[in-house]
Design a protein around this ligand. Structure first.
Ligand code: GRF
Length: 187
């Protein structure tokens, strides 16, 4: 593997996608190296993976979007980060941040975009009577869940599905899809 791409993962919560990205990135041939983890939430469960795998992390309070993004950009610049993965990150990055960062930013969303943008995805899928759902890795723009789609994985909605069972099945696919989308993009 040629030089790995210095990557930062943004989280807000459980961090299961982060855990999966960390595990994949330890593969010699995986194209990224997670150099930094940023969270807007000091209580994010995902921070335990930063500690477990000795990856530097920063928690920036989200008192204001401007201050949060300024703090992030300083850190990203300092560590020469060239790729960002949003992974269960629950804030919308501004147009200014995206323009200032200049490199790719991916996000994973638990639906088949452009359907079901935003939050409470699984509940809305069940309510809609959709027969299929899934997850999407897409480029991040300032418009929520609207950037160019990189890859998607489609799964059936089962008659006895609940929000919990659907979330768990989709999450399993997210973990695989994120790594696949990174390999697909960076070789
Ligand atoms: C995932 O469904 C992700 O797609 C969404 O937040 C959920 C939790 O992700 N954005 P994680 O376990 O924090 O990675």
């Amino acid at each position: 593997m040629v030089k790995k791409i210095k990557t930062c993962v943004f989280i807000s919560g459980s961090g299961t996608n982060l855990k999966s990205l960390i595990r994949n990135s330890r593969d010699y041939n995986f194209p990224i190296k997670i150099e930094l983890i940023i969270s807007n939430n000091i209580n994010a469960n995902g921070l335990k993976y930063a500690r477990k795998y000795n990856i530097p992390y920063k928690v920036f309070k989200y008192k204001s979007k401007i201050i949060f993004e300024k703090n992030c950009l300083l850190e990203l610049k300092k560590r020469k980060i060239r790729f960002i993965c949003l992974a269960g990150f629950m804030k919308v990055l501004s147009k200014k941040f995206i323009e200032n960062f200049k490199y790719k930013i991916f996000n994973i969303h638990p639906s088949l975009l452009p359907k079901f943008k935003g939050i409470n995805t699984h509940g809305r899928v069940l309510k809609s009577g959709e027969k299929f759902t899934g997850c999407t890795v897409h480029l991040v723009t300032s418009k929520l869940d609207s950037g160019k789609i990189i890859l998607q994985k489609k799964i059936s909605v089962l008659d006895n599905d609940t929000e919990k069972s659907l979330r768990e099945r989709v999450l399993k696919q997210e973990h695989k899809l994120y790594a696949k989308a990174i390999r697909y993009t960076f070789g």
